[in-house]
Design a protein around this ligand. Structure first.
Ligand SMILES: [Zn+2]
Length: 102
């Protein structure tokens, strides 16, 4: 499942002010407000939208990026990247580490 990032359009609360990530199905409606304070939120473009793996170079780059995220403990980022590149098992493991129930 893809992870989307949202950020408060205005003041927001501690949770949404600096942006937050949420896992949604492709066909879920985008969030319109913060689940905690109901402030209006905007969807941020996914950081990896442009990351389409095509060449061996890109595969290697993705792999190293994935490795970096895992090293930094950025599990949700690693999971999303793994998910997008078809590494399902890896994605599942990273989602779990990110604290998502699969
Ligand atoms: Zn909020």
């Amino acid at each position: 499942m893809p992870i989307y990032e949202y950020k408060a359009a205005g003041e927001g609360c501690k949770y949404c002010r600096n942006g937050f990530e949420i896992m949604q199905r492709m066909d879920d409606k985008p969030l319109g407000e913060c689940p905690k304070c109901q402030a209006v939120v905007r969807k941020l473009p996914s950081r990896f939208r442009a990351c389409i793996v095509e060449t061996p170079d890109e595969v290697a780059e993705t792999e190293s990026k994935l490795h970096d995220f895992e090293k930094e403990g950025m599990w949700s980022h690693a999971a999303e990247l793994a998910d997008k590149t078809g590494l399902e098992d890896r994605a599942r493991e990273d989602y779990k580490k990110a604290g998502y129930e699969m």
